[in-house]
Ligand binder design. Structure first.
Ligand SMILES: [Zn+2]
Length: 315
């Protein structure tokens, strides 16, 4: 009897342990689901261990799609807004069509680096046609028709607008670090270079790989951003201002010392971007260059496990 009783007790004890363990697992699961900011990685059906960044060929202009490992999509700039026939003839993408073609139905955020048409124009149809959670914009206003359209669309669609400046850290998911490096002050004048120099500049880090997205900054802003020092060193640089020679301050380029430079530029563009001086500067640094006018859409996949854990795919 004693033996039986012991065995019985032992059996009951095992059952209790089992029930306790099951309860504990359930509690952890529910906690991860509800409390943990990334839901413990349990609920997303879009988990991809890589960060994907697509430099979309929009001709002369910028459009960069950031697709996070947790399945969020952020668009940085949208290229110019041109008729679809022109886009076809020039072999370039219209961003809203591009998003549809790759199955992106809504955007978690849109960044407008600055108010020039080659960045803002193509975003207007995107803001009209897609669900967009939030727009990040530089401080200050810009008196153009496109800017007025932008304000009207945001208000009609009830899109949240966040003025974004140096020091802000964007909440794009715990696995990704996104810091705004620039600008510090709002737009004051209406000079072309003022607008360029007040572009939102982003530093993206995933694991051990860093990207520097420079908007259209020129030398003034490049000198200012050098105050950050060594931490801005990045494997990949979205080359400032389409490779114009207003923007290749050599000490700044040395500080970033990119292994890869992406030049977003239209074929045979009227500005003759990129400049030969800029190209030779990158050559001096040993930076490999990809260009949207030559390579089309440029896709970057970042694993981030080590500093070399990234790769490119071009059309
Ligand atoms: Zn531009």
């Amino acid at each position: 009897m004693t033996k039986f009783g012991y065995e019985q007790k032992s059996f009951q004890s095992k059952k209790t342990n089992f029930v306790f363990a099951a309860l504990l697992i359930l509690v952890v699961f529910v906690w991860a689901l509800l409390v943990s900011p990334d839901h413990g990685g349990l609920v997303s059906i879009n988990i991809n261990p890589e960060l994907r960044v697509e430099f979309i060929n929009v001709g002369q202009g910028d459009a960069i799609l950031v697709r996070t490992p947790m399945g969020k999509n952020y668009l940085i700039d949208g290229g110019a807004n041109v008729p679809v026939t022109d886009a076809r003839r020039e072999g370039r993408e219209l961003v809203h069509n591009y998003l549809r073609s790759i199955g992106v139905g809504r955007l978690d955020g849109v960044v407008i680096t600055h108010w020039h048409n080659d960045h803002l124009g193509g975003l207007l149809p995107v803001l009209r046609l897609y669900d967009v959670d939030v727009v990040y914009e530089p401080p200050g206003k810009f008196e153009t028709e496109a800017f007025k359209d932008f304000e009207a669309i945001c208000s009609k669609q009830h899109i949240k607008r966040i003025t974004t400046k140096a020091g802000d850290v964007l909440e794009w998911g715990n696995e990704l670090f996104v810091q705004v490096l620039h600008p510090e002050k709002p737009l004051s004048g209406k000079e072309y270079s003022d607008v360029n120099n007040l572009s939102i500049v982003l530093l993206l880090r995933y694991g051990r790989v860093q990207l520097f997205l420079a908007g259209d900054i020129e030398e003034d802003a490049e000198r200012e951003i050098m105050k950050y020092g060594e931490p801005i060193k990045s494997q990949v640089l979205k080359v400032p201002h389409h490779g114009a020679d207003t923007s290749d301050y050599f000490r700044f380029l040395q500080m970033v010392s990119p292994e890869i430079g992406i030049i977003m530029v239209g074929a045979s563009n009227a500005f003759r971007h990129p400049s030969s001086r800029t190209l030779s500067n990158y050559e001096r640094l040993g930076t490999k260059i990809y260009r949207t006018d030559r390579h089309g859409n440029i896709r970057l996949f970042v694993g981030g496990k080590n500093p070399q854990d990234y790769r490119f795919k071009i059309d």
